[in-house]
Design a protein around this ligand. Structure first.
Ligand code: TYD
Ligand code: MG
Length: 477
C-alpha cells in the first residue's frame, strides 16, 4: 500500500515544505516544521451534508458520563473519581520514576473490579519484561490483562478494536509511529498523529485510554506540548528517584479539580498508597538543626508538613550562588532581597542553597515564611524553637499576608505533635483556629516572625550531637 503523502508544515505560519528544514523559509521561525499528512479535500457537493442530531443538555443520559473507578484511592482522588469513558489521559514523569509500575497497578485494579479485560501495549518493554514487573506486583497470574509489545498505532488500535478492553494502556506515546508519516518515533508529527488516532479510538468506542509520556530534564513533556491540548487529563508523577516517595498530580483535568495530589511510596512490591501523608515528608533527624524550618502546606484539600532546609556560606567567587530545589528560584531571590532590606539579614555576599526535603515541589505562597525563617536560621546559625511550624506569604515590604485553609494546616500540625505555629496576623479570621491545640504566634512582619522563631543559641544537646558526629568522622579516617 502506498504511503500517503506527507509535507513538513510550519506550525507558526502554515507554509509547507517537502523536506524538513531547521528554519521555515516563509516566516523564518526555527524548528517549527512538523511532518503532517496531506489530506486532499474531496469534492463533496454542499447539499450532501446531512444535519447531525443535537441533544439537549438535560437529556444526556447519566450513564454516558459514568466513571470507571479504579479502586486505587490515591489515583481516583487525583482523577476526580475515576476514568471517564472515551477520555484520553496522559501520565508524564521522568524515566524510572515509576510510571509503568503505576499503570500496571491500575490495570490490576481495573480487572480486579471485574470491569472486563485490559489491554496493555508497550513499545518499550518486551512481553517477558512486562511479566517480570507483573511478578513483583503480584499480577503475574492475572488472565484478564492482555499484553502487546507493539509500536505501530494502527496495529494497537486494531488489537484494541478486536479485544474491546475496558481500558487501553499505551506505554509510551513517544515510542509510537503511524504508517502515514516517515519521521522517527517521538518526533512531534508522529506523537501528534498517534495521539489523534488514539483519541478517535477512545471517543468512538467509549474506552478510556491511558498514555504514558516521558518528561525531559527541564520538566516538560518531551516533544509534544501539543499533546497536552489533545488529551483530557494530564497527570504527572514526581519525586526523587532515589527516595521512596512519589506524588501524583494533575496539571490538567477536564473532569475534576487539578488541586488534589496522590501520595505513593515505591516499595519492593510496587507503589504503595500512603493514606496518611501528613508527615511523610518530614525527616525527624534534621529537625532542630540551624537552617531547618517546618512548613504547614496545603496540597489541594490535603495538609502536608514539609521540611525546608537552607544553607548559607560565604561566597567563594564571582557572583553569589542561589540554588533552589523544590522551590521557585525567583521566589528565593526575592526573599533574600526582602530579608536584606526589611529584616536586616544581609545575604548579598553569601552563597545560598535552599531545598524541600523528600523531592517534593511546593509552589504555594505560604512557603515564603518557613523559607525565610530557614534562611534566617542558617545565617544566624540558630535553630528554630522546637515544635514550631510556620506558614505565610511575605510581601515586598516584609509584611505577612494571610493564607487560606489555616485551621486545616494547624490541625494537621497538632496531630503530628507540633506545639507552636507562627502565622500571619490576619490569617484564618472566621476559622476556628483556637481549637487546634497549638500555641498561635501571630506576627505582622518578617522581622517579628524571625524574633519569635529563633531560639537564642543552639541547644546544648544539639551541640553534643554535632560534636559526636565530628568525633566519629574523625576517628574513621
Ligand atoms: P518504572 O515503572 O519502570 O519507571 P518508568 O516507567 O517511569 O520509567 O519503575 C522504575 C523503578 O522502580 C525501577 O528503577 C525499579 C523500581 N521498582 C521498585 O522499586 N519496585 C517495584 O516493585 C517495581 C516494579 C519497580
Ligand atoms: Mg516505563
Amino acid at each position: 500500500m502506498a504511503r500517503p503523502e506527507s509535507r513538513y508544515v510550519c506550525g507558526t505560519c502554515g507554509a509547507a515544505s517537502l523536506r524538513w528544514e531547521g528554519q521555515c523559509r516563509s516566516c523564518g521561525g526555527w524548528n517549527t516544521l512538523v511532518e503532517t499528512v496531506v489530506e486532499r479535500a474531496r469534492a463533496v457537493p454542499r447539499k450532501a451534508v446531512a444535519a447531525p442530531a443535537v441533544v439537549a443538555l438535560n437529556e444526556i443520559a447519566a450513564h454516558d458520563t459514568e466513571r470507571l473507578a479504579i479502586g486505587l484511592r490515591e489515583v481516583d482522588r487525583v482523577l476526580g473519581g475515576g476514568l471517564v469513558p472515551g477520555s484520553l489521559v496522559l501520565l508524564g514523569g521522568e524515566p524510572g520514576i515509576g510510571k509503568s509500575t503505576l499503570v500496571l497497578a491500575v490495570c490490576g485494579r481495573v480487572v480486579a473490579a471485574s470491569a472486563g479485560r485490559v489491554l496493555y501495549t508497550s513499545g518499550e518493554e518486551s512481553a517477558g519484561q512486562l511479566h517480570l514487573r507483573a511478578i513483583r506486583l503480584g499480577l503475574a497470574q492475572s488472565e484478564h490483562i492482555d499484553v502487546l509489545a507493539e509500536t505501530s498505532v494502527e496495529r494497537i488500535v486494531a488489537a484494541a478494536e478486536a479485544s474491546a478492553p475496558a481500558l487501553l494502556v499505551v506505554d509510551s506515546i513517544q515510542t509510537l509511529t503511524t504508517d502515514d508519516l516517515e519521521g522517527p518515533a517521538g518526533s512531534v508529527g508522529q506523537v501528534r498523529a498517534a495521539a489523534a488516532r488514539l483519541q478517535a479510538y477512545a471517543k468512538e468506542n467509549a474506552v478510556p485510554v491511558l498514555l504514558v509520556g516521558h518528561v525531559t530534564k527541564d520538566g516538560t513533556l518531551a516533544g509534544p506540548k501539543t499533546l497536552e491540548h489533545v488529551v483530557d487529563v494530564v497527570l504527572t508523577l514526581e519525586g526523587e528517584r532515589f527516595s521512596g516517595l512519589r506524588l501524583l498530580r494533575s496539571a490538567k483535568n477536564r473532569f475534576g479539580s487539578t488541586e488534589e495530589v496522590g501520595v505513593f511510596e515505591m516499595a519492593g512490591t510496587g507503589l504503595i498508597e500512603v493514606a496518611d501523608p501528613g508527615g511523610a515528608f518530614l525527616e525527624t533527624d534534621s529537625l532542630g538543626s540551624p537552617g531547618v524550618a517546618v512548613a504547614a502546606t496545603l496540597e489541594g484539600s490535603r495538609p502536608l508538613l514539609v521540611e525546608v532546609q537552607a544553607l548559607v556560606a560565604p561566597q567563594v567567587h564571582g557572583s553569589p550562588r542561589r540554588t533552589a530545589a523544590g522551590l521557585d528560584a525567583q521566589r528565593l531571590a526575592l526573599l533574600i532581597a526582602v530579608l536584606g532590606r526589611r529584616a536586616g539579614l544581609n545575604l548579598a555576599s553569601h552563597d545560598v542553597y535552599a531545598s524541600i526535603v523528600g523531592g517534593l515541589t511546593v509552589e504555594e505562597p505560604a512557603i515564603d515564611l518557613p523559607l525565610a525563617l530557614a534562611l534566617a536560621s542558617a545565617l544566624r546559625d540558630r535553630p528554630l524553637a522546637p515544635g514550631t511550624v510556620a506558614c505565610g506569604e511575605i510581601g515586598l515590604t516584609g509584611e505577612l499576608r494571610p493564607i487560606n485553609g489555616l485551621s486545616r494546616r494547624l490541625r494537621e500540625a497538632a496531630r503530628l505533635g507540633f506545639t507552636r505555629a507562627i502565622v500571619p496576623r490576619n490569617a484564618g479570621r472566621g476559622e476556628e483556629t483556637d481549637q487546634t491545640g497549638l500555641t498561635l504566634v501571630r506576627v505582622g512582619s518578617l522581622r517579628e516572625a524571625i524574633a519569635a522563631a529563633l531560639v537564642d543559641r543552639p541547644r546544648d544537646e544539639e551541640r553534643g550531637r554535632v560534636s559526636e558526629v565530628a568525633v566519629r568522622v574523625g576517628s574513621e579516617s
